[in-house]
Ligand binder design. Structure first.
Ligand SMILES: *[C@@H]1O[C@H](CO)[C@@H](O)[C@H](O)[C@H]1NC(C)=O
Ligand SMILES: *[C@@H]1O[C@H](CO)[C@@H](O)[C@H](O)[C@H]1NC(C)=O
Ligand SMILES: *[C@@H]1O[C@H](CO)[C@@H](O)[C@H](O)[C@H]1NC(C)=O
Ligand SMILES: *[C@@H]1O[C@H](CO)[C@@H](O)[C@H](O)[C@H]1NC(C)=O
Ligand SMILES: *[C@@H]1O[C@H](CO)[C@@H](O)[C@H](O)[C@H]1NC(C)=O
Ligand SMILES: *[C@@H]1O[C@H](CO)[C@@H](O)[C@H](O)[C@H]1NC(C)=O
Ligand SMILES: *[C@@H]1O[C@H](CO)[C@@H](O)[C@H](O)[C@H]1NC(C)=O
Ligand SMILES: *[C@@H]1O[C@H](CO)[C@@H](O)[C@H](O)[C@H]1NC(C)=O
Length: 416
């Protein structure tokens, strides 16, 4: 009988067996790792079969495909490794198959000289603190779908340098990276996540920047220096779930189109110079769970009832000196950090110089007024100030008591 499969060359067979023996650890796939890649990985790991090394003490995680006759490395992840380096010699044999590369908490590592341009996913978090990453270096990765950079300095004159030819990016994070420049005129791809938080971006959010982003679920531009009005086009982001424009210099009103963001769960507009009234449509946005409007210049009567506020997981409006609540609708117990309204819909207790009735202010209200501008942090500071004062009084009383006792003892010795 003829064998159903062609017989491999004896020499090749031997070689194959040898490799299988090196990869002795039980494997879900019967194929061994490509010998060239196995050799390259020698500098990174001592595991006999890197594809299946389930080694948690190791700082390198390797995953492979299931191809035959040889498997190939598809993803490589480094974490908390301070001494490891990734030489080009290692990376090159992997570059034909590597789709994902990540560095987590490798601050003293240098970035590899050349990244495989076929990468689909690149992640660097709290790494490369000495060298950082350059925009030009990243821009070569034209096939990326996921770019995640956080707490890694990025040197580029703007985001346009990085994104130049990356037409396939769906998830873009460059956060806490000292990135300057403006938001690009357009994002030319099917982005679902944009997180550019905590950089030094300036300029405005132009309507053209966000027109095409109908798949966008997350837009986080918090902690930059963006200014101007929030464009009405924001209402076109039909898939948007999380929106944060917090701690910028946005001004003007909340555009009415926000009411059409039916999937919005998180909205954070705190720490800007937004003004006008707080729109009542928020209470009709059924997905909304987290609403932060603190530290702005909103005015007038808060248009919400207690059942709406209580159904939210997070709600904050403090730090808006012109805002007040109707105390026949809302209880002071909600501790909203804004004053109750008078019959004209103006805040009863602020600004203090305007009205005489202010002398009836409770201590709590006064504190909240001072809070205006900095929200929670100042409140914490107030608390700690109180504690410090208490401790100081306690200590000085103790010192006084000791001195008194010493004097008393001396006096009693002397008088003997
Ligand atoms: C796990 O990783 C450590 C450190 O990298 C290494 O010394 C050890 O030999 C590895 N264990 C196995 C079973 O591969
Ligand atoms: C990008 O991906 C496409 C499709 O998989 C491939 O044809 C192309 O060669 C890749 N480009 C680079 C620079 O790797
Ligand atoms: C964007 O998505 C559309 C539809 O989902 C698709 O036809 C198009 O090829 C995508 N574009 C890119 C650059 O991936
Ligand atoms: C990137 O998008 C282009 C179309 O704009 C497509 O030809 C190419 O195959 C995509 N690359 C990958 C890796 O999907
Ligand atoms: C936006 O980014 C900031 C800082 O990186 C983070 O604290 C916040 O949770 C993010 N917000 C959303 C809605 O993703
Ligand atoms: C929105 O933010 C919340 C809290 O930070 C998070 O749990 C959720 O996954 C985010 N949603 C998206 C689409 O990123
Ligand atoms: C609170 O406001 C919501 C939305 O405006 C409304 O549907 C609900 O009936 C109100 N609840 C009460 C108790 O007034
Ligand atoms: C407060 O609410 C009551 C009852 O809904 C209403 O009659 C009154 O006009 C409101 N006051 C202000 C200042 O809006």
């Amino acid at each position: 009988m003829k064998p159903s499969q062609p017989q491999p060359q004896p020499l090749f067979h031997l070689f194959f067996l040898l490799l299988a023996a090196t990869a002795a650890v039980s494997s879900s796939s019967s194929s061994p790792l490509d010998p060239k890649q196995l050799k390259a990985l020698k500098t990174l790991t001592t595991a006999k079969d890197p594809c299946d090394s389930n080694n948690h003490s190791s700082s390198t995680t390797i995953t492979c495909d299931d191809a035959s006759p040889f498997r190939h490395v598809t993803s490589l992840s480094f974490s908390t490794s301070s001494s490891l380096s990734l030489p080009s010699k290692t990376l090159k044999p992997l570059s034909t198959s590597l789709l994902s590369l990540s560095f987590l908490n490798c601050p003293s590592l240098s970035p590899p000289k050349h990244l495989p341009i076929s990468l689909r996913s690149f992640t660097a978090v709290s790494s490369f603190h000495r060298h950082g990453l350059s925009g030009v270096y990243l821009a070569r990765l034209v096939n990326l779908t996921h770019l995640t950079i956080s707490s890694v300095p990025v040197s580029a004159s703007g985001l346009y340098v990085v994104l130049g030819n990356m037409r396939n990016v769906t998830s873009l994070t460059i956060s806490s990276s000292n990135l300057p420049g403006k938001i690009p005129k357009t994002f030319h791809s099917n982005l679902t996540h944009i997180d550019l938080s905590n950089n030094i971006l300036t300029g405005s959010l132009r309507p053209s920047s966000i027109t095409l982003l109908t798949d966008l679920k997350l837009l986080n531009l918090s902690r930059n220096s963006l200014s101007g009005e929030i464009p009405n086009k924001i209402g076109d982001l039909a898939s948007l779930q999380n929106l944060s424009l917090a701690y910028n210099r946005f001004s003007g009103p909340i555009p009415s189109s926000v009411s059409s963001l039916s999937r919005l769960t998180h909205l954070d507009l705190s720490g800007n110079q937004l003004n006008g009234v707080v729109p009542s449509f928020f209470s009709r946005m059924e997905s909304l769970r987290h609403l932060n409007l603190a530290d702005n210049s909103f005015q007038g009567v808060l248009p919400f009832n207690e059942s709406f506020i209580k159904q939210l997981e997070f709600f904050q409006v403090r730090g808006n000196s012109g805002l007040c609540y109707n105390n026949t609708v809302l209880s002071w117990k909600l501790n909203l950090g804004v004053a109750p309204c008078d019959k004209y819909g103006l805040p009863l207790s602020s600004p203090p110089q305007k009205e005489e009735e202010d002398s009836t202010l409770s201590e709590e209200d006064e504190e909240e007024e001072e809070d205006y501008g900095d929200g929670d942090k100042k409140e914490e500071k107030h608390e700690s100030n109180k504690i410090v004062l208490g401790v100081a009084i306690g200590l000085s009383s103790l010192v006084f008591l000791i001195v008194f006792l010493i004097l008393l003892a001396k006096w009693s010795v002397l008088s003997k």
